[in-house]
Write a protein that binds this ligand. Structure first.
Ligand code: ACO
Length: 146
């Protein structure tokens, strides 16, 4: 782990320099069905994986239904290609009365490569809701394994 700033232009060698921050929440492989008109992976697909990952992370704290209320500071740093192994990590930024903000990072390992690359990151805020969809206070739980 390092405090070195991520510029988005570097290749990351595991154990050497920057590495994923936080807990692994989603891991999947980018498929042909997820491509855009250029044949690369559609940003909306990646965003949805990140939203899912942030929601998984948020649930561990809220132990309640969550909805996404805001996505901020999204940066698409590098393209994702079919066959890339996509790993999405979450870190707690803040917990409010009914909301939690999670920093979400998506990293990829390309086919036939060992390096991992930070491709996308952003801050996702979720609100804990009750059965009627109204915000409900978070009673902060110790982080549980999901
Ligand atoms: C996982 C998914 O994909 S869910 C699908 C996509 N998301 C949705 O459909 C959600 C639609 N939105 C909603 O249902 C409502 O806006 C809700 C339930 C999220 C919030 O309801 P509101 O009545 O606006 O709640 P309220 O104003 O009390 O705010 C609740 C919390 O959200 C926070 N919040 C509201 N808007 C924002 C925002 N734009 N950015 C960051 N935080 C926000 C508030 O600060 C508050 O946090 P706190 O209690 O920790 O201080």
């Amino acid at each position: 782990m390092t405090d070195a700033p991520v510029t988005g232009h570097e290749v990351v060698h595991p154990g050497q320099g920057c590495s994923p921050q936080g807990e692994l929440c989603v891991r999947t492989i980018a498929m042909p069905a997820d491509t855009n008109q250029n044949g690369d992976i559609f940003g909306g697909w990646l965003l949805s994986q990140m939203d899912l990952a942030g929601s998984v992370f948020a649930y561990k704290t809220t132990l309640a239904r969550n909805v996404t209320v805001a996505i901020e500071a999204m940066t698409f740093r590098k393209p994702v290609f079919v066959g890339d192994l996509v790993s999405v990590y979450g870190t707690q930024v803040r917990v409010g009365r009914t909301s939690i903000t999670v920093r979400v990072e998506a990293w990829v390992q390309r086919r036939n490569e060992t390096d991992i690359i930070l491709v996308t990151d952003g801050n996702f805020t979720y609100v804990a809701i009750d059965d009627s969809g109204k915000p409900q206070p978070i009673s902060v739980q110790s982080t549980t394994s999901v």
